[in-house]
Design a protein around this ligand. Sequence first.
Ligand code: DGL
Length: 279
Amino acid sequence: MQKKSKPQRNSIQESERPIGVFDSGIGGLTVFKSLRALMPEEDMIYFGDTAHLPYGSKSKASIVQFSVEIARFLCQQGIKALVVACNTSSAVALSEIKKAVSVPVEGVIVPGARACARMASRRIGVIGTERTVRSGAYAKEIKKILPEVRVLQAACPLFVPLVEEGWWNYKVTEDVARIYLKPFQKARVDSLVLGCTHYPVIRSVISRVMGKKVSLIDSGEETAREFQKILESLNLRKKKGRGWSRFYASDDPDRFLRLSRRFLGSKITVKQVLKKNFE
Ligand code: DGL
């Protein structure tokens, strides 16, 4: 049996350690941004697995392998807790990640389902990657809380490359959205879960297509709120100061750098970690 990765111990107090966040690419920055807004004093390390993007079309075995390797790498950087910002990883690899590391781990599916419960929706739509939709993870969690509700799911695989290309407000993106979202319009859903971290980046396009009456649920915002409570309950909140952020990408960081600066609206530096360094 493989040993659990423990965070590096030294004299730094546990609560002073950084938070780890990862996704397959820049999408998880939507969760990062929510965490940063809620907890400006926390130090954060973000990992974008750009060498393996997209996760959504990969097998469960590959996603588990990549996710566990990244979780271990982040533990080696001394994190105190981990946010699995990727919906696809959260849907198929969360239990394996939890087994592999000894820090608290939070995924995005259960918080997203809880956010649905608050909307008093009768017909809920879920969009995500092929792997997330095939896992049925959102439908399962939503039905645990709201057994009567109708859940309609569909994969929108072209959204991820459009977001990674930076085509956030292009006509082609809206055209693609009109095709993918038609079944949800027909079914008259009243809430739509953005079940992939990349989708909140094109939220305005999705909202334009679905109309103002449909509530768009961003699991990332809810995850940030729940994660904050978890840190508080475990006495792991950093008390003061201004948090730093460190970014890693597993492939050439240029595109990641360009898009993340545009998305975060601030200058950042990204370090490339070669796969052999985090296996
Ligand atoms: N952003 C990821 C998610 O939340 C997956 C995108 C991909 O790599 O396919 O599911």
